[in-house]
Design a protein around this ligand. Structure first.
Ligand code: ADP
Ligand code: MG
Length: 366
């Protein structure tokens, strides 16, 4: 049970006054007791470094890491009572699953008898449905089974924090989905505060209570999956979250009092200011709309702006299809239902749902 805080945490590798690498820059993150935080961002943005500073494997250059209000900067990793799970599982190859699971409990001075440790191992093995594997060695296990054992080793001690660094990266796509649901379930069951690193936005969106999106060592947004998707703080977040990618085009903006008038060449429309998160004062903007927020004009009567496209490719995904088109705007991607009568080279009129249009200042990208 731990309230985790990072307060203005910076990590510079090398000499800060010379050519040091700023891996993490002035990071503020607050994770409530029992919450599941996901650190999300592209490769090299500082996720692992952040996690290692929480775990005590890396010292912050500046700032504070706090557990329940107590600064732990000086506390060694082994005394922080955190459990870490990595993508390479890190099991002991010469030990059985039973020994791998019990090792952490045997090593520490917790006053547990061998029977008590054995009972706890069995309990955790049942929870993860690996009872049948207890006498096997890691070499006899599949990737998914190994990762279950690695998880078991983490939860057996009921630590203050779980730290996961891309734990599913080495598993195939199907197993990755099953395991992420299991991690999610397990974490809510045991209620231990967790920080989970991934570069996969879909994984982040499904598993997180709260997402910290990083780019180039800097926090872009800290919010719920719903907030980062629906109210992206800037262009980076808007482009990183959601699939397929958001459609983005240059436009000019006029302030019409209660509404913004958006001009995109041959398409011009108004958006009530009440629908726009931030006040925009510049003329040059980027207009964004997600593929999900485009409709086939002939199937839906709304007062949203309409434009003509030519279909390039139709990619069915279950009951919907991703339709790649070209238009006067450039390439536009739509995600629509009722796609069976749409073919390549067809003319297709699309309508933008005006309540789901995003506007960003072209200069600041915010
Ligand atoms: P991520 O996990 O998001 O891919 P990392 O935290 O591993 O990113 O790395 C962030 C930045 O810090 C990268 O530019 C990386 O090269 C650099 N970095 C990470 N660890 C070290 C290290 N031990 N020494 C020097 N630079 C490092
Ligand atoms: Mg990493």
């Amino acid at each position: 049970m731990t309230h985790l805080e990072l307060d203005s945490v910076t990590k510079v590798f090398g000499d800060p006054s010379k050519d040091g690498v700023v891996a993490v820059n002035d990071l503020d993150i607050d994770v409530a007791d029992g919450e599941f935080l996901v650190l999300l961002g592209p490769s090299g943005c500082g996720k692992t470094t952040t996690l290692r500073m929480i775990g005590g494997l890396e010292d912050p250059t500046e700032g504070e890491v706090r557990f329940d209000g107590t600064v732990v900067n000086e506390v060694k990793a082994r005394n922080r009572d955190v459990a870490m799970v990595f993508q390479d599982f890190a099991l002991y190859p010469h030990m059985t699953v039973r020994e791998n699971l019990g090792f952490g409990l045997k090593r520490e001075d917790n006053g547990m008898s061998n029977e008590e440790i054995d009972d706890r191992v069995t309990e955790v093995a049942e929870m993860l449905e690996i009872e049948e594997l207890l006498n096997n060695k890691p070499a006899q296990l599949s990737g998914g089974q190994k990762q279950r054992v690695a998880l078991g080793r983490a939860i057996i001690r009921e630590p203050r924090l779980f730290l996961f660094d891309e734990p599913l990266a080495n598993l195939d796509a199907k197993l990755r989905k099953t395991m992420r649901t299991e991690i999610d379930e397990l974490q809510s069951e045991v209620g231990i505060t967790s920080a989970y690193v991934t570069h996969n936005q879909e994984e982040a969106m499904t598993i997180a209570d709260k997402i910290a999106i990083l780019n180039d060592g800097q926090l872009q947004q800290l919010g719920t999956p719903d907030q980062v998707f629906n109210e992206p703080a800037n262009l980076f977040v808007a482009q990183f979250v959601g699939s397929p990618d958001m459609n983005l085009f240059d436009a000019t903006l006029d302030d019409d009092g209660d509404a913004y008038r958006v001009d995109m060449d041959m398409l011009s429309f108004e958006i009530p200011k009440t629908l726009v998160e931030t006040e925009i004062t510049t003329e040059n903007v980027l207009v964004g709309f997600r593929p999900q927020d485009l409709y086939q004009s002939r199937r839906r009567v709304t007062d949203g702006p309409e434009f003509d496209t030519t279909v390039r490719v139709v990619e069915p995904v279950g009951t919907e299809a991703i339709v790649h088109t070209t238009s006067f705007l450039g390439d536009v991607t739509a995600k629509v239902g009722n796609f069976h009568d749409i073919d390549a080279k067809d003319e297709l009129s699309l309508t933008i749902a005006p309540e789901h249009v995003y506007l960003f200042d072209a200069e600041t990208e915010e």
